[in-house]
Design a protein around this ligand. Structure first.
Ligand SMILES: [Zn+2]
Length: 142
């Protein structure tokens, strides 16, 4: 990629990032977030003669799993809290997804700036070897 193509790419990525930032700032940042993951489980009680012993498991049951102090915790979610828990956890996941997308774009932009830096960096020897006119050109394009 030449520098002008790199500049265009940076502009495009910045625009894309701005849209994501606005989604985060205007939309998701107004919503409550439930940290962790909501997981759905079916269980067997294994009592003699129960339908679950023939494969018809009990459930669904919902749990919230999350990390705390490097340990994974799992909390049972009461039935009347299923809907709100799932919704607030979806908000959390959407928030984290946007944040991750912004981070990814930041990295891409920085890598492109690194390419520009590499392409435009001259040494003192380079400057000495060029005449004054060309040095002026160096200064203008920087
Ligand atoms: Zn059972």
């Amino acid at each position: 990629m030449n520098i002008s193509a790199i500049r265009k790419k940076i502009r495009d990525l910045s625009l894309e990032r701005f849209k994501l930032e606005m989604q985060l700032a205007k939309g998701l940042s107004r919503k409550k977030l439930l940290y962790g993951s909501v997981v759905k489980k079916f269980k067997a009680c294994n009592k003699k003669g129960c339908k679950c012993t023939k494969g018809a498991l009990h459930g669904p049951f919902y749990y919230l799993t999350y990390k705390q102090d490097r340990k994974t915790k799992m909390v049972f979610i009461k039935k009347h809290l299923w809907e709100s828990s799932i919704k607030l956890n979806d908000n959390y996941r959407a928030f984290r997804k946007l944040r991750a997308d912004i981070t990814k774009i930041n990295k891409e932009i920085l890598a492109l700036f690194d390419e520009i830096e590499k392409a435009n960096t001259v040494s003192i020897v380079d400057i000495e070897k060029t005449n004054l006119m060309e040095t002026k050109v160096f200064l203008e394009i920087s």
